[in-house]
Design a protein around this ligand. Sequence first.
Ligand code: WT7
Length: 655
Amino acid sequence: MANEQIEAWLHEMRSFEPSATFAEKANVSASEYGTASQDPEAWWQQQSKRLTWTTAPTKGLEWNPPFATWFADGMLNASFNCVDRHVEAGKGSKVAIHWVGDGEGEERVITYSELQELVSKCANALTDLGVSSGDRVAVYMPMIPEAVIAMLAIVRLGAMHSVVFAGFSADALASRIQDSDCHFIVTADGQFRRGVPVPLKPAVDEAVNVCPNIEAVLVVERTGTDVAWNDDIDHWWHETVDLSSPIHNCEGFPAEHNMFLMYTSGTTGKPKGILHSTAGYLVGATTTYANVFDIKPESDICWTAADIGWITGHTYIVYGPLLNGVTQVMYEGLPDSGGRDRWWKIVERLKVSILYTAPTTIRTLMKWGTEHLQPYDLSSLRVLGSVGEPINPEAWMWYREFVGGNNCPIVDTWWQTETGSIMISPLPGVTSTKPGAAMRALPGINVDVVDEAGKSVPNGHGGLLVITKPWPSMTRGIWGDPERFEETYWSKFPGIYFAGDGAKRDEDGDIWLLGRVDDVMNVSGHRLSTTEIEHAIVGFPAVAEAAVVGASDETTGQAVVAFVTLKLSEDEHENDHAVIIEAIRQHVSKAISPIAKPRQIILTPELPKTRSGKIMRRLLKDVAEQRTLGDVTTLTDPTVVAMISGLMGQHSTED
Ligand code: WT7
């Protein structure tokens, strides 16, 4: 990457120290980095004591690259660790889940004792339906407590859950069921979205039609809407789980017992089933949750505003919080179900202290304006987290100032479905934070930024992010495809995990994530990061959100094409579009370099996003290059791309 670009990126020099009061009470002190780096394996063995084992492990790591085992001679039960042991420790009356429904006023409070009963009933019912150790069970559920209960019941039996996001289509569900040969599905009749019932069961029925191995479908009644019913395989939750025994004595399984699959997209079309095993994953989840969010189980109210259909929901709604025995908020709705102030109402009323969400949501909330937060007392908040994509400094500063009252450390957490838990993040009581930087690897994690030859780059330079030593929660493979596993992550630098992300190390040695390396452009021989340009564009006052792609160009190799949404108040002046576009181009030129100035800027009311909120740059690239559109089935709204294609011709400028 050219030096000018790195310099431009690093114009962001603000840095915030943890406050003395926060640091004083923090769970982790600075010395932990040193202790962990001297002997990571011993450090992780120490962390494994956070769990309750039926047989304690004597082994640490066994490493036959790219295959690792951790704590292999230990035995434990994942569900027991999340639920029963807290009850046994006398914390049964503590609230585990404070569930808030899509509709205002609809809530459910579940204590650890109640959760133990519910999970036990579900485990007994699943056993009656035929589920046993090693089976794969698909979970296609809304954000309701039964989703968590089902996941815990499945792993309690030693079976594996494969949660498929409830926004996915029947085809996507079917292909995931087939890939891992699931014989069971847990689902609901439907889910609520801003008060509107949206059916789920019909998609399951459609999938079952092409998945003849399905033996049983367990259905929660959520919306009460009519559903088609197949007496041979369909079972209502309230007619099975509710009537089952609330006692279930669970057994310990080996540490390396397969725990779950989470499908994620790769560079090719076919989604990969990322495999996680039990103990290593749980050790990663519980340790990182406690450390990164400085969790105080006695007093914190934790809210991970994500969906259980993604790895963030697995690790930081289900496993991390429950392993730590905290009280958490689980929210079913959208950020504006019941109004654009809904989140802040929840934070104020339930006194949320730890909030964890994605930059795309932060930008949406920012776009709606601060008038929605101002009426509320958000002073219960203590730590704010960000995950999923690089966070632009503007959104970071807004989060800090308006949500955190300039008083909460912001932890920008980098990790992946494959890593199982957070890898790079500030420690809120130790590490200073910079707007837009994930800062440094957590204790016990070893990362590097390297060049194409695998050589570590000096401070002030960019390169590829790698993880140089194995860690407990690392994926154990791609389901049914060991070759793809080796090829994707371990072949570029043998024995070293290649994450697929670009990163920079600044002059202080701190790490900035720059997006997937597949999003790096080469314009006239200059390498430019899409993220870097996006940050610059979003820094322009009228802009709400931006997506940048490198479109092929006869003269320059690639050219920068930007798709931009404006803040609501700005977008009313149709006539000013040409003026705004030119001003944005000048702004980028000034913020980074004239080379980064977009060839075209398309103003659009919306950007195409996947149901997990990621902007589909691949499709925008198709639009920019006027190619036939690729697969649009994972988008929230497939019509958005066609609309943008239409706009391409109208509002664009070219030099
Ligand atoms: C990819 C992994 C981790 C849970 C949600 C996403 C990007 C993730 C950050 C961050 C910059 C980030 C990376 C990574 N990413 N967190 N804090 N800063 N980029 O999980 O769907 O497996 O996606 O998300 O590009 O490779 P995922």
